[in-house]
Design a binder for this molecule. Structure first.
Ligand SMILES: [Zn+2]
Ligand SMILES: [Zn+2]
Length: 238
């Protein structure tokens, strides 16, 4: 039904290929759910982003990557999409329980305690069986999903204790932990580490100067495509 909404938008006209507003709304809902997009949508989006990256790759990056450029662009695109897909409301599947909410393991379960006489003589042996038992996942508390929300509860603002004390009224400041985004970003150091596996000679300084800005343009591209989709969506449903 929803067919590569974001992917379909990349590099095309400001038009959604849908037959009805309902369908568009459905597609857009999936689109804005970001992390909840189907695997197929995700795949299409990353592919489109990789194509975009191929056109925009800076010469110095291409030179440094050499024959590993293809792999590097796929990694950067995947991570850029992941970064974009996180938002204050978005969640990701719990890695601990793979979204099941339960952790399964073999456990000895006492079916019957048996009968033991007061003097210790066993009349009936306890009945114990080894069974596959699911226990609540501690990491996600059984929900199967984890939130990317910052500790500021996704508001992006925290109480400025100093100013609040000074002025006697609650004063807020931009949350220093998430810089007001409300959610945690994929640190670019993660992307650096992944690229370094393919380009071992890449040092931190070169990464920051040549690669990181390029990586950030890919994240930006996702955000600008989202805005474009929003405009297209509004035009369709007007
Ligand atoms: Zn879990
Ligand atoms: Zn925050």
């Amino acid at each position: 039904m929803i067919y590569g909404v974001l992917g379909a938008l990349f590099g095309r006209e400001h038009r959604l290929a849908v037959s009805s507003p309902q369908e568009a709304r459905f597609g857009m809902a999936a689109f804005f759910a970001k992390n909840d997009v189907s695997e197929q949508d995700k795949f299409g989006t990353v592919e489109a982003l990789t194509q975009y990256a191929r056109l925009r790759v800076p010469k110095l990056v291409a030179k440094a990557a050499g024959n590993k450029l293809g792999q590097c662009l796929v990694i950067l695109s995947k991570m850029a999409f992941e970064d974009y897909a996180r938002s204050a409301a978005s969640t990701c599947q719990c890695s601990e329980c793979k979204g099941k909410g339960l952790i399964y393991g073999m456990k000895e379960v006492e079916k019957h305690p048996g009968i033991i006489r007061a003097d210790g003589v066993v009349i009936i042996e306890p009945w114990i069986e080894t069974e596959r038992v699911g226990e609540l996942c501690q990491k996600c508390n059984g929900k199967g999903v984890l939130s990317n929300r910052c500790r500021c509860k996704g508001r992006g603002l925290v109480l400025d204790e100093e100013q609040t004390a000074l002025q006697g009224v609650p004063v807020h400041k931009i949350c220093p932990r998430c810089a007001g985004r409300g959610y945690s970003k994929v640190p670019s150091s993660v992307a650096y580490a992944a690229i370094k596996a393919y380009v071992p000679d890449l040092n931190e300084r070169t990464w920051r100067r040549n690669w990181k800005p390029f990586y950030q343009t890919l994240v930006e591209k996702c955000h600008s495509e989202e805005k474009r989709a929003e405009i297209a969506f509004n035009a369709v449903t007007k």
